[in-house]
Ligand binder design. Structure first.
Ligand code: ASP
Ligand code: MG
Length: 428
């Protein structure tokens, strides 16, 4: 008998039929003899609709109230799901994040989990009931205010509960069959990955792959929680995200061979700021990035040109989430005289492609092959950054999908089998 935490995303419970379909799956897992804890997201696009509603009231909703509003979405789905499971003759009890013991810091809208004390969940399990937990929410340690964990945060709830309950596995159900070598929405020939390690999955999530949120993967790696990503619409085996290293020197065949490239991720949610005519003297970069950090923006790539000898001036470009762009630009403008740069440029028509694979550490020629594929497709590279197991390039946003397809093909990632299926979701 195993203890399984299952998480169902919004597209899996988009309507009453979806809730009933998922309930059947849960009842089957329970009847097979497992202890089952379920984390559920808000139905369909509920979270977006609640955000729209708040924005129709006020352009800047207070973050505390926003969090209470958004947690309502998950409370609807958790109670309906508990009813649907009870209908199938299996006892189920739903719990809010607070009731489930999800304790967070007090950063509304993107709170971090600092502790999970799931005594009520454990009690429900001990009573033989299925526990249903509202995803994406918690409560602050000191003030008992309700918080949310940031968009897609139900994945994190599921992994955090799995860690606290010492579950055997955390199953994350969504509308695709697992983790793919690229987003099947833009690369229909993307191949499902059977197994991927935490480091590669972290880079994929950080580089825009939406199948799992970054914090959930960070959490899983820290607590060594195996994640099984699969579809609630099919019975396919999905993808295991877990710690594995190819056994050193072992030659027992297929199982130990690690592919060079895990996949190609893309992200079109970033913008680029160029600070033009920066005095090339010590301390200027520090000053610029202090100002940007002060605006709350998270910086991604940075490029600085060599300064022109005649002028002693240089340009510094960096990328950041487009949603942080306005505040960062305002903060820089305000400090223009102090820092002494000439002007600012803002560009939100960029896209970022990232090639990820632990095998690139030990295989030469990966970047050459990447750049050759992009040039053959007529795609210009504007910025480059690398980590040990990732190469990222910035392109024009309208060329990003073509770039992803070209690179996917160049690294022989295209599947020869049927096209990847996207079962649901509005992609909102
Ligand atoms: N309902 C929240 C969202 O849409 C959390 C989640 O889906 O994981 O972002
Ligand atoms: Mg959602």
């Amino acid at each position: 008998m195993a203890l399984i935490v299952q998480k169902y995303g919004g597209s899996s419970v988009a309507d009453a039929n979806g809730v009933k379909r998922v309930a059947k799956r849960i009842a089957e897992s329970k009847r097979a003899g497992n202890d089952v804890v379920v984390v559920v997201s808000a139905m369909g696009d509920t979270t977006d609709e609640l955000i729209d509603l708040a924005n129709a009231i006020t352009p800047l909703p207070p973050s505390r109230e926003m969090d209470i509003l958004l947690t309502a979405g998950e409370r609807i789905s958790m109670s309906l799901l508990a009813m649907a499971i009870a209908n199938l003759g299996v006892e189920a009890r739903s719990f809010t994040g607070q009731q489930a013991g999800v304790i967070t810091d007090d950063v509304h809208g993107k709170a971090r989990i600092i502790d999970v004390t799931p005594s009520r969940i454990q009690a429900a399990i001990d009573d033989g009931a299925v526990a249903i937990v509202a995803g994406f929410q918690g409560v602050t340690q000191h003030t008992n205010d309700v918080t949310t964990l940031g968009r897609g945060g139900s994945d994190t709830t599921a992994v955090a509960l799995a860690a606290a309950l010492k579950a055997d596995v955390c199953e994350i159900y969504s509308d695709v069959d697992g983790v793919f070598t690229a987003d099947p929405r833009i690369v229909p020939s993307a191949r499902k990955i059977d197994r991927i390690n935490y480091d590669e999955m972290l880079e994929m999530a950080a580089s825009g792959a939406k199948v799992l949120v970054l914090r959930c993967v960070e959490y899983a790696r820290r607590y060594n929680v195996p994640i099984h990503v699969r579809s609630s619409f099919s019975a396919h085996p999905g993808t295991m995200v877990m710690n594995y290293e190819p056994a050193e020197g072992a030659d027992e065949g297929a199982d130990v061979e690690q592919p060079i490239i895990a996949g190609v991720a893309h992200d079109s949610s970033e913008a680029k700021i160029t600070v033009v005519g920066v005095p090339d003297v010590p301390g200027t970069a520090a000053h610029i990035f202090e100002v940007v950090a002060g605006s709350g923006a998270n910086i991604d790539m940075i490029v600085q040109n060599v300064s022109a000898a005649a002028t002693g001036l240089t340009d510094i470009s960096f990328t950041l989430p487009a949603s942080d762009g306005t505040l960062a630009m305002a903060a820089l403008s305000e400090s223009q005289d102090e820092i002494g740069f000439a002007s600012l440029q803002y560009d939100d028509t960029i896209g970022k492609l990232s090639l990820i694979g632990a095998g690139m550490k030990s295989h030469p020629g990966v970047s050459a092959r990447l750049f050759a594929a992009l040039s053959a497709a007529g795609i210009n590279i504007e910025m480059i950054s690398t980590s040990e197991i990732r190469i990222s390039v910035v392109t024009r946003s309208d060329q990003l999908a073509d770039a992803v397809r070209a690179v996917h093909t160049a690294f022989d990632l295209d599947s020869t089998e049927d096209e990847a299926v996207v079962y649901g979701g509005t992609g909102r």
